[in-house]
Design a protein around this ligand. Structure first.
Ligand SMILES: *[C@@H]1O[C@H](CO)[C@@H](O)[C@H](O)[C@H]1NC(C)=O
Ligand SMILES: *[C@@H]1O[C@H](CO)[C@@H](O)[C@H](O)[C@H]1NC(C)=O
Ligand SMILES: *[C@@H]1O[C@H](CO)[C@@H](O)[C@H](O)[C@H]1NC(C)=O
Ligand SMILES: *[C@@H]1O[C@H](CO)[C@@H](O)[C@H](O)[C@H]1NC(C)=O
Length: 653
């Protein structure tokens, strides 16, 4: 009985959030999700900082709704504590009840808006991401509800904002994962020394951090505004092609003409390349003479070349003009049964799986960390990574665009099982939201539709066929992949993918300690995947947990020496596979150590990083750095840094 009660309570909490999603859908923006940007016609203000925070009582999660906490200052409902935004709330305090809380938490803060915003402006409120589900009130009015973490959402809040008075924003955040959420999880009861409590479990191997994870912005647009921009690029000889499609929002009077749209193209230095194009139309095609192409890092001396598409929307009879500047990289992506090509050149991926994860902040956006990670990626000589196991912050993706890092862009579906129509809809929705956000990014070369789904189950066939059809319908210009972990013999989904990615822990989860089994097993498996599906194949995860500073020789599990040896055995396999013509990439698991749920198989989290959680290199980072740069030299003619090997003797130099 008690079990059922608790389970239901968990479901009720989430279903309230879900109910609200449907009720508020008309007010929550369903159009574009362009990143907030200042321009002559737009103002942006950050709401980041210290917010007020409190937990819902674990034994009565619905108190806040019943007592309508959103109608007063949160501090008037009970004791609040300061909480940084953006950040996960879990690791900020000394309180286990906060770190391990299951259910709802509440945030609030106040703000003023400038009087100048009154003039014909719309006021928007945008969250970069809140995990897992959120409801947002402004001055007591519910303005939006959103489900699925790691993705932005926004609403026009003009009608509820007060001028000349204090405004209050209240956010309820729910971290409960169910069989129909993405990713999946479940809640159950646990009998404690002080009564029954609920506890959450999940199969994925990273901590279910929660909170307001990414920046919160207020911004304005004119009443008729650029709602979305889509670009597709191509190359004809040395001419770059940019096809664009602009949509606008806002109410025009029935009698008035639609707005006119003009576009300009500026180069990286801000010089006009094309001016006043488009003849007022919302769709058009630009021809860029002697175009500078977007190239991946180390494939060109100037990788990540970005133009700026300056879009001007005018509704002249109302005296309105809206301006938005979209960064655009010109490049092509093609693929066949053995290769992936960017700008007609075959690519070989050398990268890693990653996490948004760090001490104290959890999954909270941190600019220092973003820049440091980006520096390390380039230092190692990698050219790519997978956004395992969810979409990364737009601020991180901006770096990938500008630095030329190839992104395998993954939605938050991890260890998918218990397939159902409700799950399918949610999974599709997560991909719709992801593609809406990232469709224009040149760095995004692949869509990854899931990680380690249970693809041997009979239902996986129709489920993933539907997912792939959905993605192809939204974007047919990029190949689709998935990180497969079931055996090729039992897999039912590879037939729908464009590129096969597989995860396998030879010498770790299987044949622990036997590094002499790795090379042939990796080769045999990659060949078998290719034979089964006749598609390009890449290895998306391999590795070993390694405690930084633990040295054991001969190589022994958990030591730095063992991680290095495991890698070398894989490198031997990869080099033999590369000669067979269908093997397109290697990604080690993981870039850095990261936190997981509490388990007996993890010592303070997952330690498979080549960097520690503080971003210091293990021996493996130096080791992989030598390989990735050697590959860049061999395949891309990159000039190698001169500190790859320390001086030993004259004969080596
Ligand atoms: C036991 O749980 C109740 C709520 O059910 C709470 O009020 C009380 O503080 C808890 N006591 C301890 C010692 O944790
Ligand atoms: C432009 O985008 C809109 C909204 O996504 C779509 O309905 C329309 O078909 C697109 N037009 C073209 C020419 O692609
Ligand atoms: C795929 O493309 C590569 C690179 O252009 C080419 O060498 C190869 O022959 C192509 N394979 C097939 C099966 O068309
Ligand atoms: C590519 O693979 C598909 C599916 O196996 C096959 O139908 C097609 O003939 C292959 N193309 C080439 C050029 O080998």
């Amino acid at each position: 009985m008690a079990y059922l009660k608790w389970l239901l309570l968990g479901c009720v909490t989430l279903s309230i959030v879900l109910l609200m999603v449907h009720e508020t859908v008309s007010r929550t923006n369903t159009g574009g999700i362009l990143y907030p940007q200042e321009s002559e016609s737009r103002d942006v203000r950050s709401l980041d900082g210290i917010w007020n925070f409190r937990l819902s009582p674990e034994t009565d999660p619905l108190t806040g709704f019943r007592e309508r906490w959103f109608q007063k200052d949160l501090s008037q409902t009970g004791r609040t504590i300061p909480m940084p935004v953006p950040a996960s709330y879990n690791d900020v305090t000394e309180d286990k009840a906060i770190r391990d809380h299951v259910g709802l938490v509440w945030y609030d803060r106040t703000f003023y808006v400038p009087e100048a915003w009154r003039q014909s402006s719309l006021v928007w409120l945008r969250f970069g991401s809140v995990h897992y589900a959120a409801q947002v009130w402004v001055n007591g009015h519910l303005v939006m509800s959103h489900e699925v973490g790691h993705l932005p959402f926004q609403a026009d809040i003009t009608s509820v904002v007060k001028f000349g008075a204090k405004n209050r924003i209240t956010v309820a955040v729910d971290n409960i994962l169910l069989q129909t959420s993405v990713p999946q999880g479940h809640v159950s009861e646990v009998s404690t020394d002080n009564g029954t409590r609920i506890t959450q479990s999940y199969t994925f191997d990273f901590f279910n951090y929660a909170g307001i994870h990414r920046p919160v912005y207020l911004y304005t647009t004119p009443s008729i505004y650029i709602d979305d921009i889509s670009v597709h690029t191509g190359v004809r000889g040395d001419t770059g092609i940019i096809k664009y499609n602009i949509t606008y929002g806002g109410l025009l009077r029935a009698t008035s003409q639609g707005p006119a749209c003009y576009v300009d193209l500026l180069d990286r230095d801000g010089n006009y390349v094309i001016r006043d194009a488009g003849s007022g139309r919302l769709q058009g095609e630009l021809e860029v003479p002697v175009a500078r192409l977007w190239w991946p890092y180390l494939m060109d001396p100037e990788p990540g070349y970005m133009y700026t598409l300056q879009v001007r929307l005018t509704a002249q009879q109302w005296g309105i003009e809206d301006i938005y500047r979209l960064p655009v990289g010109i490049r092509t992506v093609e693929w066949n049964n053995t290769s992936i090509l960017i700008n007609g050149r075959a690519i070989y991926l050398r990268g890693f799986g990653r996490h948004e994860d760090s001490d104290l902040r959890g999954k909270g956006l941190d600019y220092t960390l973003i820049v440091k990670d980006n520096n390390l990626i380039k230092w190692v000589g990698a050219n790519s990574y997978r956004t395992s196991h969810y979409p990364y912050a737009e601020e991180i993706m901006d770096f990938a665009d500008r630095e030329g890092i190839i992104i395998m862009n993954e939605c938050p579906s991890v260890d998918t099982e218990n397939y159902s129509p409700a799950l399918l809809e949610k999974h599709k929705d997560s991909l719709s939201q992801l593609i809406r956000r990232d469709k224009n990014r040149p760095s995004v070369i692949f869509w990854s539709i899931a990680n380690e789904a249970r693809t041997q189950l009979p239902d996986a066939d129709s489920y993933f066929r539907a997912i792939v059809e959905h993605v192809k319908h939204l974007d047919s210009t990029r190949p689709i992949t998935m990180a497969l972990a079931r055996g090729y013999g039992e897999d039912r989904t590879g037939q729908y993918l464009d590129v096969i990615g597989f995860n396998r822990y030879n010498g770790w989860y299987s044949n622990t300690g036997r590094t002499d089994t790795i090379r042939n097993n990796v080769i045999a498996e990659a060949v078998s995947w290719h034979h089964k599906y006749n598609k390009p194949v890449m290895m998306l995860e391999y590795g070993a947990d390694t405690l930084a500073g633990l040295h054991l020789y001969p190589e022994y599990v958990w030591s730095e020496e063992y991680q290095v040896e495991i890698m070398s055995k894989h490198f031997e396999a990869f080099d033999r596979l590369r000669m067979q013509g269908f093997f397109v990439g290697e990604m080690i698991w993981n870039f850095a150590d990261f936190k997981t749920a509490q388990t007996i198989t993890r010592v303070g989290g997952n330690k498979k990083g080549i960097f520690t959680r503080n971003r210091q290199p293990k021996a493996s980072a130096h080791h992989i750095r030598r390989r990735y740069w050697e590959l860049a030299g061999e395949l891309d003619n990159a000039i190698l840094p001169n500190d790859l090997d320390h001086y030993v003797s004259k004969s080596r130099h």
